[in-house]
Design a protein around this ligand. Structure first.
Ligand code: TRP
Length: 329
């Protein structure tokens, strides 16, 4: 049993790539590990979100994750800003985080190019806050993608530095939770590359069936195979990749055969694909609406999560204070 911490960005709707990527693994791992999942709303402040939207975004993201299957009984699901202990650990860790190393972080260098007029100290210390999120629960595993590996490495450095400075063996050095072959990469429908929000090619769990049908029917294909058993064009391969995760093996085999003997009609493939995607997304979409409108349920989930998270957080902060030499009069 590992202790797992994962921060979820507080904006953006879930798309099929998220769902069949990390999310399905989260859903599985929450029953085998001690998991903490939180909506990273403090982190979002580095871009100065509109106060009128902040809560709405957190609520939306939370509803979608719950609808997709994160289980508040099996894991600890909370909102970052409901656990103020993280801000204290962040402050303490910042005393051992060097400006030089923070300035060298790839994500910081990217951000200062993107938001030249708002190079705030929160951006610089983003990795310390992320380290505080992780170390607060003494996690040893963090499910992160490539883009977060540097932040995780910095977390290990902060943990090691703290341990060695105070001659303790206190913080574990967390490593990436590797899903291995379980991690399916969902491509976009525009011919190449992966599905993503910034790519503008997302099929969202939140999309109505008519929207999904429309997006799938517009997917890029080729002229059709001209020789039996020919290799599929990348765009066509992408449709099959999605078909494999949403359809039955029989359906996949049927269209494979049609492609192999050059009888495939992409219109038929797309129609089937759209319906099978809808079969996955529609129940989730309905649950998103139900949960969003159930203020009482959301209130209960968030409070329960905050309580569980604060229990572990306050223990860590008390121990860290003691190690650093704070004493009560
Ligand atoms: N930085 C992460 C991202 O952009 C989100 C995040 C914040 C996180 N704190 C974390 C992820 C702690 C894992 C652990 O996706």
């Amino acid at each position: 049993m590992e202790t797992v911490v994962s921060g979820i960005r507080s904006t953006g709707n879930l798309h099929l790539g998220n769902y069949f990527g990390a999310l399905r693994n989260f859903i599985k791992m929450q029953h085998e590990n001690r998991c903490f999942f939180f909506i990273a709303d403090y982190h979002s402040l580095t871009t100065h979100p509109d106060p009128k939207l902040l809560h709405h975004n957190v609520r939306q993201v939370l509803s979608e994750y719950l609808a997709a299957g994160l289980d508040p009984e099996a894991s600890t699901i909370f909102v970052q800003s409901d656990v103020p202990e993280v801000t204290e650990l962040y402050l303490l860790l910042n005393m051992h985080a060097y400006v030089g190393e923070l300035e060298k972080t790839t994500s910081f260098k990217d951000k200062i190019r993107q938001q030249k007029n708002n190079v705030n100290a929160g951006l610089l210390t983003y990795p310390t806050l992320m380290a505080a999120d992780i170390l607060l629960h003494k996690a040893n595993k963090v499910p992160v993608g490539k883009d977060q590996e540097q932040h995780l490495e910095m977390t290990r450095n902060f943990a090691k530095r703290f341990n060695s400075l105070y001659s303790v063996d206190y913080f574990p050095e967390p490593t990436a939770y590797n899903f291995g072959s379980e991690l399916v990469k969902i491509p976009g429908l525009d011919g190449s590359g992966k599905m993503g929000k910034s790519e503008g090619n997302g099929l969202y769990l939140f999309d109505e069936p008519a929207v999904i049908r429309k997006k799938v029917m517009k997917a890029v294909t080729d002229q059709g195979p001209t020789e039996p058993n020919s290799v599929k064009h990348e765009a066509v391969e992408n449709l099959f990749t999605i078909l494999k995760v949403v359809s039955t093996p029989d359906t996949v085999a049927y269209f494979e055969e049609k492609h192999n003997n050059c009888e495939i009609r992409y219109g038929d493939l797309k129609k089937q694909l759209a319906e099978d995607i809808i079969a996955v997304t529609e129940p989730i979409r309905e649950r998103i609406f139900d949960i969003q409108n159930d203020a009482e349920y959301l209130h209960k989930v968030v409070n329960m999560g905050a309580e569980k998270a604060r229990e572990s957080a306050s223990k860590t902060v008390a121990e860290v204070r003691e190690i650093m030499g704070f004493k009560k009069f």
